[in-house]
Design a protein. Structure first.
Length: 284
């Protein structure tokens, strides 16, 4: 399989490229150290391949990296090697979850489609706890419920400065997670945050029929303030997978636009449906 340029590999490559140039090192120095070609160095610095852990350590020494720069490079390397192919627990501190949290913290806009549950950034603590309890067999037992709750709360602190557009399947609104009281509180929270100018919530009604993402779990696109392209995170019961190949990301973004413009209810209609369901729970 041909090497694919990704955002995470490119960030690592750009970081190493800056260190190399600062140190005044050339392709000749790289070849003398690694016995690899100029083409290999170019592919690494442009984000098509990543160095091995041993090669990374050698390059950092060659470039005279400080301890802080070494730690940053190692974190970027950890991010770059997450290919999403392993079955992992979907707890807050898996490698994929750590990578996602770091990327989300850098994002200026989040566009998410959820078919099964309320998006994490909009979950109440009680709703999130009920989700975790139900999926405990897929969770890392060494991570406590308190740690997971704290991680979620930390993510949600960014909401006031984040543009969030959430598309939620109606099925997620009908599923009474944690009991009527917990679900009623969750629906009320959606109504509250949906009034904020930076947050848009749209519901895909049952009457919409089949659509492109209904066969999977959640899908989230992150947009960044710098010139880096968006990246998409696909979540499933066993973990998650990053998609940052530009062509594949563009397919998701086009699909998202189709969902919000042609399939989902308007924000006003969505709020009306959510309010109706919350009232029904209150009366039950």
């Amino acid at each position: 399989m041909a090497a694919v340029q990704t955002r995470r590999k490119r960030k690592l490559g750009q970081f190493l490229n800056a260190l190399r140039k600062r140190a005044g090192k050339t392709e000749v120095d790289y070849h003398a150290l690694t016995r690899k070609t100029q083409s290999t160095l170019s592919r690494m610095e442009n984000g098509y391949i990543s160095p091995s852990w041993t090669e990374l350590s050698a390059l950092l020494a060659l470039y005279g990296a400080t301890e802080a720069e070494r730690r940053e490079a190692e974190a970027l390397w950890e991010d770059a090697k997450q290919d999403g192919t392993r079955l992992v627990y979907a707890a807050a501190y898996t490698p994929e979850a750590r990578t996602y949290a770091r990327q989300e913290a850098d994002a200026t806009e989040v566009r998410t489609i959820e078919m099964i549950v309320i998006p994490g950034l909009l979950q109440t603590p009680a709703y999130a706890a009920a989700i975790r309890h139900a999926g405990r067999r897929f969770m890392d037992s060494s991570v406590s419920a308190e740690q997971v709750a704290a991680a979620l709360a930390n993510r949600q602190r960014r909401l006031p400065g984040l543009r969030l557009h959430a598309v939620i399947d109606e099925a997620a609104l009908h599923r009474v997670v944690g009991g009527p009281a917990v679900m009623r509180e969750q629906l009320s929270r959606l109504l509250d945050v949906g009034r904020q100018d930076n947050i848009t919530i749209q519901v895909v009604p049952f009457g919409a029929g089949a659509h492109g993402t209904m066969s999977g779990g959640g899908a989230t696109a992150l947009r960044f303030e710098d010139s880096e392209p968006s990246a998409v995170y696909l979540e499933y019961a066993g973990g998650g997978k990053w998609v940052d190949n530009r062509a594949d990301v563009q397919k998701y973004l086009l699909h998202f636009e189709k969902m919000v413009n042609e399939v989902a209810l308007s924000p006003k209609e969505s709020a009306s449906l959510i309010r109706k369901l919350a009232t029904a729970l209150k009366d039950s």
